[in-house]
Design a protein. Structure first.
Length: 286
């Protein structure tokens, strides 16, 4: 049971890193970016190419996946996304879904439709026993990295001047511009940062979740579940939701494999009935 709990926490941590970029764009920027999984897939493929074709260390591939995916997000934000900030949510959904299908087709054309594999460093492979509990080394690495990112993200958004400018720009764009805040730059940097986090999550999740051209479609629903259950007004809500859903998903697939995938959806329904605006939502949801 403790091993399942540990694996569930690792899975939940990974879900949060993959989904927190969507939390930022949806909750803080009020933009529905369903193409978030495409940026995660891009980070995964960047890691695969760097490791398998050029022999670059896995440890260097992770920051590279973050930076390159953030750069892709910044370019797309300046050329495409910025024109839809004031559009209706339906237009944002249709646009981002179109980006998803384009990314799936591009990945299939350039990389093929097969599952991509990466060879982890020896020190991250295999399992070890701690007090009788089987712990995967790579899952332990994932938990540590994601925990550090969670703390840094919370500090950036709540304790820095950039975080206060972002919240001001979202609350009242016109007033923020009148106060001298460069709203366009703040949104571009925020979108790039969220895209980079998705790319980092995709790079780290290639070993656990698998990687193929249908990645954005397979995991889009998981990202939306984390954000909808956790709420979009805080980072703590999606983090706790990812933990609960990750543990429930792993435990369900282990104890009741016949209906394992159903467990996470049943939990989502129950939690949304109890807290329809999210776990830590402030007032009504967006």
């Amino acid at each position: 049971m403790l091993t399942i709990l540990f694996d569930g926490i690792a899975y939940g941590m990974l879900l949060f890193i993959l989904a927190c970029g969507l939390t930022i764009t949806l909750g803080l920027m009020n933009f529905i970016n369903l193409a978030h999984g495409a940026f995660a897939m891009a980070g995964g493929y960047i890691t695969v190419v760097m490791m398998n074709r050029y022999g670059i260390s896995f440890y260097w591939c992770l920051p590279a996946a973050f930076l390159l995916t953030a750069a892709i997000g910044a370019i797309l934000e300046r050329t495409l996304y910025r024109w839809l900030y004031q559009a209706s949510h339906l237009d944002q959904v249709l646009f981002s879904v179109g980006i998803v299908f384009m990314s799936v087709a591009a990945a299939d054309y350039f990389m093929g439709g097969q599952q991509q594999l990466i060879n982890l460093p020896p020190e991250l492979s295999g399992r070890m026993e701690i007090l009788g509990v089987g712990i995967g080394r790579y899952r332990l690495f994932t938990i540590v990295v994601c925990a550090v990112l969670v703390v840094l993200l919370q500090l950036i958004l709540s304790r820095t001047r950039f975080g206060s400018r972002l919240r001001a720009a979202v609350d009242d764009r016109r007033v923020a511009m009148g106060l001298g805040i460069n709203v366009s730059f703040v949104f571009a940097l925020t979108f790039a940062f969220g895209s980079g986090l998705a790319g980092l999550g995709g790079a780290m999740g290639a070993e656990i979740l698998g990687l193929d051209p249908n990645f954005p479609l397979k995991f889009m629903i998981y990202f939306l579940i984390v954000v909808s259950v956790g709420g979009t007004s805080t980072i703590s809500g999606p983090f706790l939701a990812a933990m609960l859903l990750g543990i429930a998903d792993v435990a369900g697939k282990y104890y009741v494999p016949a209906i394992g995938p159903f467990v996470i959806y049943a939990l989502m329904i129950v939690m949304l009935i109890i807290r329809p605006s999210g776990l830590f939502a402030r007032g009504a949801g967006r």
